[in-house]
Design a protein around this ligand. Structure first.
Ligand SMILES: [Zn+2]
Length: 383
C-alpha cells in the first residue's frame, strides 16, 4: 500500500536539500508544502528563534476521520550533521548513498519521507484514523534542541513513534541520560627553566586526573569519554590553564550521577596535590567545573500502548522487530520526559554520521509499511 516510487523520490528530494543544524528552512518549507498538499494543517513554531536557527519545528495535523480512534504522533528530525553541504545522492540499484564528500542525510530524511508517505496513504485511501500529528524537528543533532523547545501542550496525542535509528528490526525503548562536562584547570605560570618550582602545570594536573579516570565502557550501563584538551603555550612557560571537555552516558540516572561525580573528583583530587609558596604566600591549583544534563533517560515499558502497537503491526506483516536499548539520545528522550510516550523505530539508514552513509530502499519500504500498519491499527481502536 506504500507507493515505493513516491517514497524514494521524496527521500531523494529531501536529501538533495542541504539542512545542517540551524539551517533547516528549505527542507522545512518543502515538507510544509508536501504535507499541505495531502491535506494537513501545518504550523511552524518559534523554536528556530529560540536556538538561533532559520526555521522552527514543522507541526502538521491531520484531523481524525474516525471519532473513536485515539490520536498518534510521528516524529523525525530535519537537520543533518556535517559535512552536509552540497549533498548529491547516488543511486545504485536499491542502494542510495552519498557521493563520499558529504553525509547522505538519510539520518533523518528517511524518517521524514516515511512519515509524509504514510500520512499520504492514510488520507488518499481514506483509512479510518484518529488525529495524526506529524512533527519534523530542528537541531536534533546539536542537543535535541527542537524537541526541547516543542510546545507539547497543544498536542492531542499521548503516544507515538520517533523514526530515527538504523536497523529496521529494532525498536528502541531505552536510552541513556547524558551529561556534558567542561573543566578549566588553573595552575600557575612560571619560567620553565629559571623557576620551574614556582609554577604549577595545568597540563600535568589534567593528565593526572584523566589517567585516574574510569573511561570508555565503564560498566554495562555506563560509558564516558574525554573529547578534548585545550591549553598551554610556549615550551619555556609552565602552563597555567587547560580546558578539558567530556561526556558521560548511562541507562540509569544514578549511574550517570556516580560517573559524573567520579570524573569531577578526579580533577579536584589532582588539583589538591598542587601548592607552591611564593614570597610567603601559598598558592593552590584549582578547578572550575561546568556540568549540565544534556538529556534524561528514556524508558518505555514493554506493555505501553506504542510498543504493543509496533509489535502487533510488525507481526501482521511477518516482520521481526525486537525492543532494545540504545546508547545514543534522540528526540524520543525529550518527548518521553514531556509526557509523550515514544519509542524509536529504525528506517534503514546506515553508516550514519559518516561520508559513507547509505540506505537500502528495501529497508525503507519495509519500515514505511510497518509505520503505515501502526497508524492503520491505531485507527481501528474503539473508545
Ligand atoms: Zn538522527
Amino acid at each position: 500500500m506504500i507507493n515505493e516510487t513516491r517514497l524514494r523520490d521524496l527521500l531523494l528530494e529531501l536529501c538533495s536539500i542541504d539542512s545542517e543544524s540551524r539551517e533547516e528552512r528549505e527542507v522545512a518549507q518543502h515538507l510544509k508544502s508536501v504535507m499541505e498538499s495531502l491535506g494537513a494543517q501545518v504550523e511552524i513554531d518559534g523554536a528556530g528563534e529560540a536556538v538561533g536557527g532559520n526555521t522552527g519545528n514543522v507541526i502538521c495535523r491531520i484531523p481524525a476521520n474516525s471519532p473513536d480512534a485515539p490520536p498518534i504522533f510521528l516524529a523525525a528530525h530535519m537537520d543533518t550533521v556535517v559535512p552536509g553541504k552540497g549533498v548529491r545522492p547516488v543511486i545504485q540499484g536499491n542502494i542510495i548513498r552519498s557521493n563520499g564528500k558529504t553525509v547522505l542525510g538519510g539520518d533523518d530524511k528517511s524518517g521524514c519521507a516515511i512519515i509524509a508517505e504514510v500520512c499520504r496513504v492514510m488520507v488518499e485511501q481514506n483509512l479510518p484514523h484518529g488525529g495524526i500529528e506529524a512533527v519534523f524537528t530542528i537541531c536534533e543533532e546539536v542537543g535535541l534542541l527542537g524537541a526541547k523547545f516543542l510546545d507539547v501542550s497543544k498536542f492531542k496525542s499521548k503516544y507515538g513513534l520517533v523514526l530515527d535509528s538504523d536497523d529496521i528490526g529494532f525498536l528502541f525503548t531505552q536510552a541513556p541520560a547524558s551529561d556534558k562536562m567542561k573543566w578549566t584547570i588553573y595552575g600557575l605560570e612560571a619560567h620553565a627553566a629559571m623557576a620551574p618550582e614556582q609554577g604549577m602545570s595545568a597540563i600535568k594536573i589534567a593528565s593526572e586526573a584523566i589517567a585516574k579516570m574510569k573511561l570508555g565502557r565503564v560498566n554495562h550501563q555506563t560509558v564516558a569519554n574525554v573529547g578534548s584538551i585545550h591549553g598551554g603555550g610556549p615550551d619555556n612557560i609552565v602552563p597555567n590553564r587547560v580546558v578539558v571537555t567530556a561526556e558521560a552516558r548511562s541507562l540509569t540516572v544514578e549511574g550517570l550521577d556516580a560517573q559524573t561525580r567520579h570524573m569531577d573528583e578526579c580533577f579536584r583530587e589532582a588539583a589538591a596535590n598542587y601548592k607552591v609558596t611564593i614570597n610567603g604566600v601559598e598558592k593552590t591549583a584549582r578547578v572550575e567545573s561546568e556540568i549540565h544534563r544534556e538529556y534524561d533517560t528514556m524508558n518505555v515499558s514493554a506493555d505501553s500502548t506504542i510498543v504493543k502497537l509496533v509489535l502487533e503491526a510488525a507481526n501482521n506483516l511477518h516482520h521481526k522487530v525486537e525492543t532494545l536499548s540504545m546508547m545514543g539520545g534522540c528526540d524520543a528522550n525529550v518527548l518521553n520526559r514531556k509526557g509523550l510516550e515514544s519509542a524509536n523505530l529504525g528506517t534503514g539508514m546506515r553508516a550514519i554520521h559518516t561520508v559513507n552513509e547509505w540506505l537500502d530502499l528495501n529497508d525503507l519500504n519495509k519500515s514505511a509499511s510497518v509505520v503505515l500498519e501502526i497508524v492503520r491499527l491505531n485507527g481501528l481502536v474503539k473508545a
